[in-house]
Design a protein around this ligand. Sequence first.
Ligand SMILES: *Cc1c(COP(=O)(O)O)cnc(C)c1O
Length: 355
Amino acid sequence: MIAEQTAIKITHVKESRINQLDPQNIVFGSLFTDHMLIADCVNGIWQTPEIIPFGEIGFNPALASLHYGQSIFEGMKAFKDDEGGVRMFRPLENFKRFNISAERMCMAQVPEDIFIGGLEELLRLDAAWVPQGEDNSLYLRPFMFASDVYLGVRPSLNYRFMIIMSPAGKYYSGAPKVKVETEFIRAAEGGVGYAKCAGNYAASLYPAKLAQQQGYTQLLWTDAKEHKYFEESGTMNAFFVKDGKLITPATSSTILKGITRDTLIQIAGSLGIVVEERKVSVVEIIEGIKDGSVTEAFGAGTAVVVSPFSAIGFEGTDYQLPEITTDSISSKLKNALNDIRTGKVEDSFGWVWKV
Ligand SMILES: *Cc1c(COP(=O)(O)O)cnc(C)c1O
């Protein structure tokens, strides 16, 4: 419920910081655009959203989200086309998923005109911050946290929804080498694996750190029960190419339902590539790398787009994957996706949202 259907209240920056942006040298998540959006939900009623200059927000040490973790987020991107127009990619999917996460964490539902309307208004104001160039985009980060000042374990009565935006370039500099995790887990059935909630990422840091100490870039999670089936990797869904077919673990309550994942499945279909969504066992993939039937493995997500793995480490052995070429399925999918997102080809899917 919104108090009144008023337009977003806007306070402009006095002076833009756009000269801090060097499109040739972007460090992910470190520089933020001139403006941000704040909308408060007070006892179930959404107040008029405000766009104000990006900056610090004060908080009380008893802020509920700090203590019990009612905190969720989304990650999406805006692109600049050759004419300088700004476009988002499938933003309604992120909006829907945000409210699915909110429901699981017992948080307020965000109305579409605050989520989508807020993104549009911010992008109009900070359009100069959407960098042009291959692999460049503006990363959009809507998030929400419990804002009660109260130390009891119960759903907060008040929530703050915000959007901040940050220029992004390429995510990984090289091809990630991933380790099959067989001790720690990311998510169990009945848990919160399908929600983009902050705690999932806190819980993943320690196992990821151990893997990094062993020389890996990232983890490939396996199921919580048997450690036999692949789940996903970091903030990426996992894909494999076996005998020319594209294979990905079927989504469940333990896997984040990636929008990039869904997009690649649809693009692959349109390119005539056979797609299988099913259980994918570790043994199947390791044996397939050994006998040459598995030719590619990659992660897919908004931040990384399509990121081919150089090797998969399992029980102490690294299984090298063949070099990626322009003929690789991952290259074809990545190029097709980038061409649609940036407007190089006609968007026959209706995915592009022009601002
Ligand atoms: C965000 C995320 C993904 C990728 O989702 P996209 O919608 O494609 O960006 C995959 N796995 C996890 C755990 C994530 O947090």
